[in-house]
Structures are given as structure tokens and as C-alpha cells.
Write a protein that binds this ligand. Structure first.
Ligand SMILES: Cc1cc2nc3c(=O)[nH]c(=O)nc-3n(C[C@H](O)[C@H](O)[C@H](O)COP(=O)(O)O)c2cc1C
Ligand code: SF4
Length: 768
């Protein structure tokens, strides 16, 4: 039985010491029930305020209105006052650091702030306080008194002077100038006038006050916000769930100069807020350790906590549109130019020939090569010498609740649980629309050093998690999704290059499956022997970039002379595999290249391979010099209605031939439509989704006693909103469109043109 980690990897807090200035007595005041004023803190802050100490036992639940009125109002800044902060300078990472020389970080002092009208948040603030106190105590290391995590302080926002904490940052004690504060802010939301409005006004005014420096709280080591709300009354964020926590989070991003240490967390008081809080607290503690180890929040990614919150942020993958123009490395050319120093080329597709990792073999992508520089610049993490991993833009989108890629609509893959990787950056085609062409190596043979699957598996996971970690400060990322993302559930082997080029691909797949990570394998239909030898994957793709030899040659620009024969053999193999594998044709439509007059040709290919599913997608314009050189412009990108028309025509042709297919689902946002075999149409309903748990159950049973299984054994019903004609956007996600783009409108227009009316069109009777 495969070992399945039950929770996201949780790094234990490192042993951390008590600071020299902190006596046992002072620790004792960290009773979770005690609110401390700055002077009571283990490292008391320099704002010389009179001590205020309140025990929670003294506080009885207060009716909302009475509480609001009875609470002493926070002191507001009176009269013009120049805030003496140092102008923070912008660093390369975009983060603002003060110009003043800051002593190196020695201690992290968490401060829990809360506001509470009916004591719910107060209760949980004390739960968090206790969590942090235990963490600090458990990790105290008497050996190292120079650095560590301090017991937390707690403050009721209603009683603090905002100027002391939210206009400037408390000064560290003179005995320990390297102490940095982390604000942990817990607040409820009220759509009536409460102290929260006063607090929010203060943050707003401070940000807009010309007398106050930009980012006056940039001296903080970080901050994070957790909100409490009521999902029964305010079911979604759009309807106001935790809206004030979101606002505090945004203001704090501005005031700290992008120092969101951990994503905004939210708890529903009507379900199980404590679990959500504990999960957030755990993530926060990990971040405190990171800060202690690295001295700061790290690089983050562009957009992390950006003061100009990125509602209108361009969701397209910038990296991809910035493919370097002059870094083409064609290893095939190198070979032709007489690179005789390397090992003898072995056509790895010739099965049976041993593929040995020659000790003298060269690395495919050495760290010193321009290819390495180009790929890393585009955001790839290169693992070993020939593998890569990259976060796709949909992963970021899903972390922010703005929707997953089409694979969620069609197959139920949540993008924030998906890792995009490849064990071979090299490919044997030079497709005109490939984003990466010009930066990845190409070749027909494997003649490089071979890394072990163990090294690759460990490396891609680490690279993926590291990239996810970097997204924790991005505005809109939600704590629970962030925590979920720290457990990879899917792997798309389709990043760049040809994954089955890697000689130990089957061992690599086994490692994925052992950790219950599903595998979507995309092949270029050029390596029939390897395809035949490929073990079971969750879903097996071949790219079908054209319907005839000439078109394929023009589009894929294959390196193999017998490319068409290889392509045909791959289709035969796919036909065999369809009995026990989910097989998919992936068609990328390029207007002017492979669309016009090719319906009959594509239908022939379908008839030959009988794939379970056919994904049809409009090409995305990548604007590389290579594609431009091949004559590809924006004009070659089909409109959604053109893709729809193509799919309807193909479906008609398949039905005319008596092939049982139908149009199952769509994702208008990605200009992608799914045709499916009627094998996936059960009881009048499409079942294109995958039951991943069932897949692993079946796989394990097969391993154990040889019981084979079929694609039908692990299919699940397609969601209503994903069916063709419904647009394919998950209604639970927030819709954020780029200017001038509305996928729903596209889908509507397509339906109008084609005369399709979804309402009168039951899933059991898709149009032909
Ligand atoms: C008058 C009133 C207005 C509220 N408005 C919202 C709201 O707009 N959004 C939300 O998510 N929860 C709202 N809530 C729910 C509270 O935020 C929730 O009950 C919270 O746990 C209260 O925390 P407290 O006991 O610490 O004050 C409201 C509750 C009341 C009584
Ligand atoms: S399937 Fe591809 S696009 Fe979708 S989330 Fe995974 S890597 Fe990203």
C-alpha cells in the first residue's frame, strides 16, 4: 500500500532559544489569558505607555450595539505630526527596506492583535496565543541564546493606541535590537459601524497621510490576517464573508510594503473555525521559522502583497510571452556540426537497446549553458541535468480562487494541486507554436547523462513546493488553498520537451503513483517503441497537430525523417491501449495551417486510434521569433466560435461514420472543447471526470493480484456547468476577466452563430 502523507508537509519549528534579556519571570507573563501592554512584553517596546492588563475572565459577552458604544474608542492621531521614519528604499525584489542600518535579525516577536464584539474572536485569539506560546517554549534552545522565537504578546485592538502599532512599528528593546515583530491580526467582520471601521479608517488615513512615509510599517518582519465571519448569512466573499479581514489584509500590504508573511485565512463561525485557524497557525509558524533561518520573507514573486492590489492583474503568464529570442540551442545542429566528443547517439526509441548512463556523457542542460539561463529566466526550475518544473499561471489563479484550467472542468483537476514537470527538457520536434522553442534542446536521440528517477522526483517536488511558497504573499491567495497546495495531487507531464524521452520514465511514474499523484502524460507521437513500453498512466495523450503528412511536417517540423510513419504507429498503439487506458487526442488548431479542409483527415485519425477523448484547443499566440519566422501571427489564432464550428463539424463527420462520439464539455476561458466517446456517456450523462481515489485503489489491486481495469472503472460524472453550451466556468470561483475578454460572451456568441440553444439541449442529447 502506498504511503500517503495525511497532511501538507509541516516543518517542525527549529529549536529556538530564549533571548538573554528574557528571564523566566518574564516568560511567566505569557499567560494566554493576559493582555499585555508594550511594557509588559518579553521584549517591551519603546512606546512608554501606561500598563494595561486585562484578564479574559473579566470580560463577559457583550451585546453588539452596547459593546460598540461602551468600548473605549481608540486614540486617534491628534494634530499634525510628522512621523519620523526612514524612507524605505526599493530593492531589486521590489520590497521596501529602510535605508537606515538595521541590526541583523535575532529574535522574532509575534504580536497577536484581535478585535471582538461578542468574544468569538477573542476566544480564538487566545487559542492562537497558546499555540505560539507552546511553539516558542518547545523550541527554546538553551544552547543558542542569540536567535529564536519569543513567546507571543496579545493586544485588543480596541485598547491599543493605533499610533504605537499601526502608524509606526514598536522599537525593539535596546538589549536586543535585532528583534523583529510579526503582527498576527485576528478580526471578525461586521456590516454595521463598529471599532473595526475606526481601525480600518486609521489604516486608510495612515496610508493616505502625506506626512507619513510610504510603508511606515516596513520594519515589521511580516504580518498575516485571519478573519472570522458567518457563512450562513454571508455565504461567499462577494456577499461579504470576512470582508473586513480582507480589507485589513490589503491595507497592511500597503503599510508594510508587501510584507504579507502568510496568506489571509478565514474561518466560518458556523462550521469549524478552529480547524481553519489551526491550519493557518501552522503555516504561520512555518513562516516564522523561515524568517528566522533566512533573515527575511525571501524573494516572493512579482505581485506579492503589491500595494496596487492586482485585481486588474494580467492573468496571462508573462514568462511565457517573454521567451528569449536569441537563445536557440539546437543540439541536433551541434551534432551535425561534428560534435564528436559526446557519446555515440543511441536512438532510445529502439527498444531493447540498453541505455547506459555513460560516465563521459555530457549534461543535457549544464548550469553554465545559455539554455539553462534562458529556461530559469522563464521561471523553470531545472532539476538535475535534464528535468524541469514550473508553476503554471492557473496554479496561481486557483490559489486566489479565480478558477482552474480546463482540466478542472473536464477532469476535476484543481490547478493548485497540480505540478507541471518534465523529466526531459529535450524534444524531437520544433513545433511552430511551442512556447519554449528556441530555449529547449532538441534531438532525436538520448545521448546525455541520465539522472536517476529518485533525484528527479525529489527535485521536481522540492522545486514545485518552493515556487508555491513564493506565492504566499500574493494578494488574494487564501490560506486554506495555500495549505492544500502543499500536497501535490496531480502531475502534468507536458511542460516542455518529450517526457517519454527519459529512459526511466516508468520508474518515475511509479514514484508518482506511490504518492497518489495522478499522471497526465502528453506525448508528441514520435516515439512508438517508448509509447508501447509505457506503463499505465492516469490519462495518456498524444498531440495531433495535423491530419496529414504535409501539414504535420509544416507545423511540428519533426527531426525524424520517418515522422509520419512514427505518428501512424503511435495511433495503432493508442488504439490498443484504449481498452485499459484513458486515451486522448490533443488537437491544437492553427488557422491557416491545420484547420481548413482537414475535418475528413482528422476523422480518419480518430477512426484509426479510437481515442476515449478528443480535446480541441485554439492555438495561443506566443510571439516568439521562431513562430514569427514560420509565419505565425495573431491572425492564426482561431476565435472561440471557429473552434466550436470545427468541433461541431468533426462530431458530425464522426457520427456520419457511425463512430459513437459526442460533444461533452467546454472551457471557453481557454478556448477548449472536449469531444468524448460514448463510453463516457452513462445513464444519459457525461462522465468525463476522473475518480482519482478509485484509480489508485484499482492500480494497487492490479499490482497486487493482476486484476486489470478499464477507463470506465474510474470515471465520474461531469459537472453541469462544464457541459458544452454552459461555458465551463466553475460557479464557485471568482470571475476576473482581462479587459475586453469575456469567455461567457464568447461561448454565447459561438452558440448564436451555430444556432445552438443550451437550454433546449439536454446532456443526453448533444447536438450532432
Ligand atoms: C450585526 C452583525 C453583522 C455581521 N456582519 C458580517 C459580515 O458582513 N460578514 C461576515 O462574514 N460576518 C458578519 N457577521 C458575523 C460575525 O463576524 C461573526 O459572528 C464573528 O464571529 C463575530 O465575532 P466576535 O464574536 O469576535 O465579535 C456579523 C454579525 C453581526 C452580529
Ligand atoms: S494541467 Fe497544466 S495548465 Fe492545468 S494546472 Fe496543471 S500544469 Fe497548469
Amino acid at each position: 500500500m502506498a504511503c500517503l502523507p495525511s497532511a501538507p508537509p509541516h516543518r517542525p519549528l527549529h529549536a529556538v532559544p530564549r533571548p538573554p534579556c528574557l528571564s523566566q519571570d518574564s516568560v511567566a507573563i505569557q499567560d494566554p489569558c493576559v493582555r499585555v501592554s508594550p511594557v509588559l512584553a518579553p521584549h517591551s517596546v519603546s512606546g512608554e505607555k501606561p500598563e494595561t492588563e486585562t484578564h479574559c475572565a473579566d470580560r463577559t459577552p457583550r451585546p453588539v450595539s452596547a459593546t460598540t458604544n461602551n468600548k473605549p474608542g481608540p486614540k486617534l492621531a491628534s494634530g499634525p505630526k510628522r512621523v519620523q521614519g526612514k524612507k524605505p528604499a526599493k530593492t531589486v525584489t521590489g520590497r521596501r527596506e529602510t535605508v537606515e542600518e538595521v541590526p541583523p535579525l535575532s529574535f522574532i516577536q509575534p504580536i497577536v492583535f484581535f478585535a471582538s464584539l461578542t468574544t468569538t474572536t477573542e476566544h480564538y485569539a487566545n487559542v492562537l496565543l497558546e499555540d505560539l506560546r507552546v511553539a516558542a517554549q518547545e523550541r527554546a534552545n538553551p544552547e543558542n541564546r542569540e536567535r529564536g522565537l519569543l513567546p507571543p504578546q496579545i493586544h485588543d485592538i480596541s485598547y491599543v493606541d493605533f499610533d504605537d502599532f499601526f502608524t509606526t512599528v514598536p522599537k525593539p528593546p535596546t538589549t536586543s535590537p535585532g528583534t523583529r515583530y510579526v503582527y498576527c491580526i485576528l478580526i471578525p467582520s461586521y456590516n454595521i459601524d463598529t471599532v473595526l471601521n475606526t481601525f480600518l479608517s486609521h489604516l486608510d488615513e495612515t496610508h493616505h497621510d502625506f506626512r507619513v512615509d510610504t510603508a511606515p510599517l516596513s520594519q515589521l518582519a511580516g504580518y498575516s490576517v485571519f478573519g472570522f465571519g458567518d457563512k450562513e448569512e454571508w455565504p461567499t466573499e462577494e456577499e461579504g464573508f470576512c470582508f473586513q479581514a480582507k480589507e485589513v489584509d490589503r491595507w497592511m500590504a500597503k503599510l508594510t510594503g508587501r510584507k504579507r508573511a502568510y496568506p489571509l485565512g478565514m474561518g466560518d463561525v458556523k462550521s469549524d473555525p478552529e480547524t481553519s485557524l489551526k491550519e493557518w497557525s501552522r503555516g504561520l509558524q512555518d513562516t516564522l521559522v523561515d524568517i528566522l533561518e533566512s533573515g527575511g520573507l525571501g524573494e516572493g514573486v512579482p505581485g506579492s502583497g503589491d500595494a496596487v492590489e492586482s485585481d486588474e492583474e494580467d492573468l496571462e503568464d508573462e514568462d511565457e510571452s517573454k521567451s528569449p529570442k536569441n537563445t536557440m540551442v539546437d543540439l541536433e545542429d551541434i551534432q551535425m556540426n561534428g560534435d564528436s566528443a559526446g557519446p555515440l547517439p543511441i536512438d532510445f526509441t529502439t527498444i531493447g537497446k540498453a541505455i547506459s548512463a555513460e560516465p563521459t556523457a555530457k549534461e543535457m542542460v549544464p548550469t553554465t549553458s545559455p539554455t539553462y539561463a534562458a529556461l530559469t529566466k522563464q521561471g523553470y526550475t531545472i532539476v538535475g541535468s535534464h528535468s524541469g518544473v514550473k508553476i503554471c499561471r492557473w496554479t496561481k489563479s486557483a490559489l486566489r480562487g479565480r478558477g482552474s484550467c480546463y482540466k478542472y472542468s473536464f477532469y476535476g483537476i484543481k490547478s493548485h494541486l497540480c505540478m507541471e514537470a518534465t523529466p526531459s527538457l529535450s524534444c524531437s520536434n520544433k513545433c511552430i507554436f511551442c512556447w519554449r522553442h528556441g530555449t529547449n534542446p532538441v534531438g532525436t536521440t538520448w545521448r546525455w547523462k541520465v539522472d536517476s528517477p529518485e533525484l528527479i522526483f525529489k527535485g521536481v517536488k522540492e522545486g514545485h513546493y518552493k515556487k508555491i511558497q513564493m506565492l504566499k504573499g500574493v494578494p488574494g491567495v487564501r490560506a486554506e488553498r495555500f495549505a492544500e497546495a502543499m500536497r501535490i495531487r496531480h502531475c502534468a507531464l507536458s511542460l516542455v520537451g518529450e517526457p517519454i524521452f527519459y529512459p526511466h520514465i516508468n520508474r518515475f511514474l511509479e514514484m508518482l503513483h506511490r504518492e497518489h499523484i495522478s499522471s497526465f502524460m502528453v506525448c508528441n507521437a514520435q516515439h512508438p517503441d517508448q509509447l508501447e513500453a509505457l506503463h499505465r498512466v492516469t490519462q495518456l495523450y498524444v498531440s495531433i497537430d495535423a491530419s496529414n503528412r504535409e501539414s504535420l511536417r509544416k507545423i511540428d517540423r519533426p527531426l525524424h525523417r520517418d515522422f509520419w510513419e512514427r505518428f501512424q504507429r503511435c495511433l495503432d498503439i493508442l488504439r490498443e491501449k484504449r481498452h485499459f487506458q484513458r486515451t486522448v487526442f490533443r488537437l491544437t488548431l492553427v488557422k491557416g495551417f491545420n484547420v481548413e479542409d482537414e475535418i475528413i483527415g482528422y476523422a480518419n485519425l480518430v477512426e484509426k486510434a479510437l481515442p476515449g477523448l478528443i480535446e480541441v484547443k485554439g492555438v495561443t499566440y506566443c510571439g516568439t521569433s521562431t513562430s514569427a519566422g514560420a509565419g505565425l501571427t495573431m491572425k492564426n489564432v482561431p476565435f472561440y466560435e471557429e473552434v466550436s464550428a470545427f468541433v461541431v463539424a468533426l462530431n458530425k463527420e464522426l457520427q456520419r461514420r457511425g463512430l459513437k462520439y459526442g460533444i461533452a464539455a467546454e472551457h471557453a476561458h481557454s478556448c477548449c472543447i472536449l469531444l468524448a466517446s460514448e463510453r463516457f456517456h452513462v445513464n444519459g450523462k457525461w462522465h468525463t471526470r476522473i475518480d482519482y481515489d478509485r484509480f489508485f485503489e484499482l492500480l494497487e489491486r492490479e499490482k497486487l493480484d493482476g486484476t486489470s481495469f478499464t477507463p470506465e472503472d474510474y470515471m465520474r460524472e461531469t459537472e453541469e456547468w462544464a457541459l458544452f453550451g454552459r461555458g465551463g466556468f466553475n460557479p464557485d470561483d471568482e470571475r476576473v476577466y482581462r479587459k475586453g475578454r469575456d469567455p461567457d460572451a464568447r461561448a454565447r456568441k459561438a452558440r448564436e452563430i451555430l444556432g445552438i440553444e443550451p437550454a433546449s439541449w439536454p446532456a443526453s442529447n448533444p447536438p450532432s
